[in-house]
Write a protein that binds this ligand. Structure first.
Ligand code: UDP
Length: 246
C-alpha cells in the first residue's frame, strides 16, 4: 500500500495468475511445501493491498500428477488426465487455506463438480467474487482431458475479461529464452515477443493451445519468475520483468 493508504492503479484492473504445480513443490519436487505456498500467498495479498486489482489464480497439478506420465506408463490418457485435474484441486485447497490464514477472502471454483469441497465454475459468479475483492482460485483445469492448466488459465482469463495472463515460472527460469538456458549458454532472454513467433519458433512459454487462445483474443501474457518476491507488483507497476508476449 502507498504511504497514504491509497491503492494505486496498475497496468490492468484484473489479472489471472497461472501457478504451475511444481512451483508449490519447492526443492522436493513433489507435494506441497508450506513455506513456498506462504510465499506465493503473501505475494498475492501484497499485490491486492498495493494495487486496485482483481486477482484470479489458476493452479496446475504437476507436483502431484501429470497425465502424460501415466499415459507414458501405458495408462488410458483420459483417465490419467482426470487424475491430473484432481491433483490441481489439492493445490487449490492448499492455496486457499494459506490465503485465508493471511485474512484474504477466497473462493475455489472447480471445472469438475465436487460440491462438498468447492463451488462449481460459474463464470458470472466468479466475476462477482472478483468484484467483491475475493481471490478466485480456478481448479480442475478446463474439466477436459487432453488439455493443460496453461490452456485453462488462458480460457479463464479470456472469460473473466482479465487484462493479462501472468504465467509464473520457477526453477530459475525468468522469462522466454531463444533456447533452453539450462543447456545452451548462448540462450538469450527476450523482453518482448509476438504470439506468432512463440508458436512458429516453438519457444518455451506455454503450450500452443494456450498461446493461440491468447493470440485470438489479444490477451497479453507475461512469463516471469514467480519465485522472486515483488515480481508481480513490479509487473503491475509497468517494469520490464520477464517476457511480454503480445
Ligand atoms: N489436465 C487436463 N485438462 C486440463 C488441465 C489439466 O487433463 O484442462 C491434467 C493433465 O493431465 C495435466 C495435469 O492435469 O498433466 C496437471 O496439469 P498441468 O500439467 O497443466 O500442471 P502444471 O504443469 O501447471 O503443474
Amino acid at each position: 500500500m502507498t504511504t497514504d493508504g491509497i491503492k494505486r492503479s496498475g497496468r490492468w484492473d484484473r489479472i489471472v495468475l497461472k501457478l504451475s504445480g511444481e512451483a508449490f513443490a519447492g526443492e522436493a519436487g513433489y507435494g506441497i511445501d508450506g513455506e513456498i505456498a506462504a510465499q506465493i500467498a503473501t505475494e498475492i495479498v501484497k499485490v491486492r493491498a498495493e494495487f486496485d486489482v482483481d486477482v484470479a489464480v489458476v493452479v496446475g497439478g504437476g507436483n502431484i500428477w501429470r497425465g502424460m506420465t501415466g499415459a507414458g506408463a501405458g495408462m488410458d490418457r483420459a483417465q490419467a488426465d482426470y487424475m491430473g485435474m484432481l491433483a490441481t484441486v489439492i493445490n487449490a485447497l492448499a492455496l486457499q487455506d494459506t490465503l485465508e490464514r493471511l485474512n484474504q477472502p477466497t473462493r475455489v471454483q472447480t471445472a469438475i463438480g465436487m460440491a462438498q469441497v468447492a463451488e462449481p465454475y460459474i463464470r458470472r459468479r466468479a466475476i462477482r467474487h472478483l468484484e467483491k475483492g475475493r481471490v478466485v482460485i480456478f481448479a480442475a483445469g478446463t474439466g477436459n482431458p487432453f488439455f493443460t492448466t496453461d490452456t485453462a488459465a488462458a480460457l479463464r482469463a479470456v472469460e473473466v475479461e482479465a487484462g493479462v495472463l501472468l504465467k509464473g515460472t520457477h526453477s530459475g527460469t525468468d522469462g522466454i529464452y531463444t533456447a533452453d538456458p539450462r543447456t545452451d549458454p548462448n540462450a538469450e532472454r527476450l523482453d518482448e515477443v509476438q504470439y506468432l513467433d512463440v508458436l512458429s519458433q516453438g519457444l518455451r512459454a506455454m503450450d500452443s493451445t494456450a498461446v493461440s487462445l491468447c493470440m485470438d483474443n489479444k490477451l497479453p501474457i507475461v512469463v516471469f519468475d514467480l519465485m522472486k518476491p515483488g515480481n508481480v507488483s513490479a509487473i503491475l507497476d509497468g517494469q520490464l520483468i520477464g517476457t511480454l508476449v503480445s
